[in-house]
Design a binder for this molecule. Structure first.
Ligand code: C2E
Ligand code: CA
Ligand code: CA
Ligand code: CA
Length: 281
């Protein structure tokens, strides 16, 4: 049994080393992908439910590794956050997305309410010069900040404390909007929520999944919709896949949605084609 214990220990130790190795490899591959500019930005349409028109798009990072193939963000965003790489990568996404928006504004008659959504990490929110850097990026690309919505998760806002709120306030001051992403999964108190300089909430898709069949989820979504109306905040439902979910949302006053029911994230040229050929989904 002593023998077995030793083997178990060896196996365990080996497991950790292998995991750490794989992480290091992933990190150096991500660094290389960023340096070589092989990361891409895809766009998922946002849809206005009462009219059906595309009222925006969310920029989503894509990594196509020559050997490993497509690596999903859920596998590398956390690593990018731990290593701090998310700061330059996230800023690059903003630049790319703004340049794309500029092209759309030039080539297509965009709906007046069209908004470009970009995800920001809590790490970026801790950078005191973030407002200046982003405002410079908008100016360089020639886009109006009023067309841009920055998405921050509830937990990243809560973790960033005073610096985060000051940075968010400065961002709002030059005209950009801020949405709380994955709303409902964090634990922001309602009193705190009232004090945050935010413009809208994105209801996490975990609540949307079963709204048509689970009365608890239905109640939570209704409460979020009532809350956003009371606080004068916009609201978007994420992860809408079925007609029943859409019907529930419309019936309860949620007018904007995003999900596979309408469109998946896609490269820029496909979005342009969609905006031109099928502006209503
Ligand atoms: P997120 O911000 O909540 O983005 C929405 C995610 O839901 C996307 O996953 C999208 O592809 C997926 N999705 C959209 N509609 C549906 C649906 O109907 N059903 C289901 N099951 N999923 C749907 P994706 O692209 O894999 O991104 C995952 C997460 O990675 C994002 O979640 C975001 O937190 C993070 N991420 C992606 N790009 C960036 C970025 O540029 N910066 C930062 N900081 N994070 C990013
Ligand atoms: Ca998001
Ligand atoms: Ca989300
Ligand atoms: Ca999410």
């Amino acid at each position: 049994s002593k023998e077995r214990g030793r083997n178990t220990f060896h196996f365990y130790e080996h497991g950790i080393t292998e995991r750490a190795m794989r992480r290091l490899q992933l990190e150096s591959r991500l660094r290389r992908a960023f340096d070589d500019r092989t990361l891409q930005v895809h766009y998922q349409p946002l849809v206005r439910l009462d009219t059906g028109h595309i009222c925006g798009a969310e920029a989503l990072l894509r990594w196509n590794d020559p050997e490993a193939g497509a690596i999903p963000p859920d596998h590398f965003i956390a690593l990018a956050e731990d290593t701090g790489l998310i700061v330059p990568i996230g800023e690059w996404v903003v630049g790319e997305a703004c340049e794309a928006l500029k092209r759309w504004e030039t080539e297509i008659l965009l709906p007046a309410d069209f908004a470009l959504h970009v995800n920001l990490s809590g790490k970026q929110l801790l950078q005191k010069d973030l407002p200046t850097r982003l405002s410079d990026a908008f100016t360089r690309a020639g886009v109006s900040p009023a067309r841009v919505v920055l998405e921050l998760t509830e937990s990243s806002i809560m973790e960033s404390e005073a610096t985060g709120v000051a940075v968010m306030t400065a961002l709002r001051e030059f005209g950009v909007e801020i949405a709380i992403d994955d709303f409902g999964t964090g634990h922001s108190s309602l009193s705190r929520l009232k004090l945050l300089p935010i413009s809208e909430l994105k209801i996490d898709r975990s609540f949307i999944r079963d709204i048509a069949v689970d009365s608890d989820d239905a109640a939570i979504v209704q409460a979020i919709l009532a809350l956003s109306a009371k606080l004068g905040l916009g609201v978007i439902a994420e992860g809408v896949e079925h007609a029943e979910q859409e019907a529930f949302l419309m019936q309860h006053g949620c007018l904007r949605a995003q999900g596979y029911r309408y469109a998946r994230p896609m490269p820029e040229d496909e979005l342009i084609r969609l905006l031109v050929d099928a502006p209503s989904l």
